[in-house]
Design a protein around this ligand. Sequence first.
Ligand code: UT7
Length: 348
Amino acid sequence: MADSNDTVTIATGEGAPGTTLLGIGAYRPRRVVSNEEICEKIDSTTEWIYERSGILNRRIAEPDETVIMMASEAAQKAVDSAGIDPELIDAVIVCTSTYECMTPHAAPKVAMNIGRNGISAFDISAGCAGFGYGLAVATNVIRGGGAKHVLVVGVERMSDGIDFEDRNTAFIFGDGAGAVIVGPSESNDVSPVVWGSDGKQADAIKQTKNWREFMDEAADAAAVQPYLVMDGSKVFRWAAVQVAKVCAQTLETSGVTAEQIQAFIPHQANGRINSAMAKHLGLPDTVAIANDIEQTGNTSAASIPLAMETMLREGQAKPGNIALLIGFGAGLSYAGQVVRLPQNPPID
Ligand code: UT7
């Protein structure tokens, strides 16, 4: 073994002092599926679904609207909205739990599709908190000197894993993709993340079986694919009580008060959870609360960037507004951040 060499100095990264959101883009699948259509397969009503969840419509992807396709479309729009030379993008993070393939991961193909083949590219799986995890990694990589401009995409094809005859889940989920470009900044527009998980309650949102169990059954013609199941009221209680506290911690960590928040963009899981959280935080009535769930359903890791894009496009929030983001779901995982919304609006 060689002698140790205490004279060697390993360089630390030369990162940016802060980070900022430069652009945003979205992809919404073509097919709009109404509550009426969902109720053709379950014993429910449009009114019950709207009252309990806040959902009227959701988008369901068609076969060509794959995870890679939706992610790449949203990513390209984010690049266009950022108005930067695409050559500056040097990392891609795809946040998803529904990519069809375990190997290879999705991000390298998304990088290729936006003309940046060869840059670092990887996926993050943290359920509905995935986008917050991706944003946290991106900001820390930029501050640590590992990259300068990072594309973060939240994308899901939830419909692939939903049993549309299960009335506990059929009406909730939807498909789509949202993306942001995170870049370096002298000031700082993205707070440190407040994140965590609870493995003890991880079974509250799960697959009916894992892929190994499915493969063991696959020789049987009656084998049924794994579906997503959820203990809705357990997750509801956890979100409305525990995650609401995480929102308060996020404000504290960011040094921003409830009065300074202009937009609240929680994961779009349930309109009633969002109202409960806003009340818990004592957000002033002037704060715009994202309600993308009404027309988009719950798109898991895609829901926060999709909701952000809707608010900016429809004028409920303005570029540069201060926003509180909170992702929560499977795991049970969560991630909260305070951000300044992108200065550049989305491009249609
Ligand atoms: O994105 C990941 C994180 N996910 C979440 O945060 C989801 C959190 N949970 C929820 O959003 C809500 O729990 C749901 C929207 C899923 C369900 O709403 P709920 O108010 O919690 O309903 P529940 O499960 O407590 O059920 C209430 C009643 C039950 O009937 P009884 O026992 O009171 O007679 C259910 O059988 O509603 C019944 N029910 C339905 N009725 C009509 C359950 N599903 C349906 C349905 N249509 N689709």
